[in-house]
Design a protein around this ligand. Structure first.
Ligand SMILES: CC(C)(COP(=O)(O)OP(=O)(O)OC[C@H]1O[C@@H](n2cnc3c(N)ncnc32)[C@H](O)[C@@H]1OP(=O)(O)O)[C@@H](O)C(=O)NCCC(=O)NCCS
Length: 177
């Protein structure tokens, strides 16, 4: 496995301006596949309360190791397949800003997030879903060792219409990618 070019770290109050900018300038920031037309809400309160990583969800910065520049985020939340804690999987998301895209950092960041979640939680399953038209995201998931499970038809409402999502998962026992 080649040396990692990115690392994950907990955001701090110093990251708020950048996080906010990525959510205001969506095309170059979190990306149009993550644009749900939600009202903008600053990350300042989350930063002040140090709530970026909690038991039920989290957000980590993706930082380029070579120059220490933050290029995006990964985040996770529960996907419940039953009411009991054993039925909880993690559903994750990734948003690389425009300067971080197209260089293979996405797969690296996803791989690091998988390691982090399997190390720090008891989950067996981590899942990622992505728009059927988001080929870069599908490739990044596959490069990070995720298995394509199928298509959730018309699952996501975005940009004025319902979109098919491709569902991927990585299990704790899956072979290392
Ligand atoms: C989607 C995202 C995570 C992908 O990560 P990335 O590091 O930028 O991925 P890359 O552009 O390096 O592409 C990964 C692979 O897909 C291929 N690819 C990208 N676009 C493609 C296309 N339109 N057709 C075919 N292959 C494509 C690349 O060639 C690369 O393949 P390779 O590794 O075999 O050379 C990242 O671009 C991102 O965060 N984008 C904005 C937000 C977003 O869309 N998030 C996902 C929402 S579910």
């Amino acid at each position: 496995m080649p040396e990692p070019r990115v690392r994950l770290r907990i955001p701090t109050i110093d990251d708020v301006a950048l996080l906010d900018a990525w959510h205001v300038n969506i095309a170059d920031g979190i990306g149009s596949f993550n644009d749900f037309g939600q009202p903008f809400k600053s990350f300042m309160k989350t930063a002040e309360d140090m709530r970026f990583v909690e038991d039920t969800h989290g957000t980590l910065m993706v930082e380029r190791i070579a120059d220490g520049v933050a290029i995006g985020t990964v985040d996770w939340r529960p996907a419940m397949y039953g009411p009991n804690p054993e039925s909880r999987a993690w559903a994750f998301g990734i948003s690389l800003a425009v300067e971080g895209r197209g260089q293979g950092y996405g797969a690296e960041a996803i791989r690091l997030l998988v390691e982090y979640l399997f190390e720090t939680t008891s989950a067996t399953r981590i899942e990622g879903s992505t728009d059927i038209e988001n080929v870069a995201s599908q490739r990044a998931l596959e490069k990070a060792g995720f298995t394509r499970e199928g298509v959730a038809r018309k699952a996501q409402f975005r940009a004025g219409k319902l979109h098919d999502l491709v569902l991927y998962s990585r299990l704790r026992d899956d072979p290392a990618s």
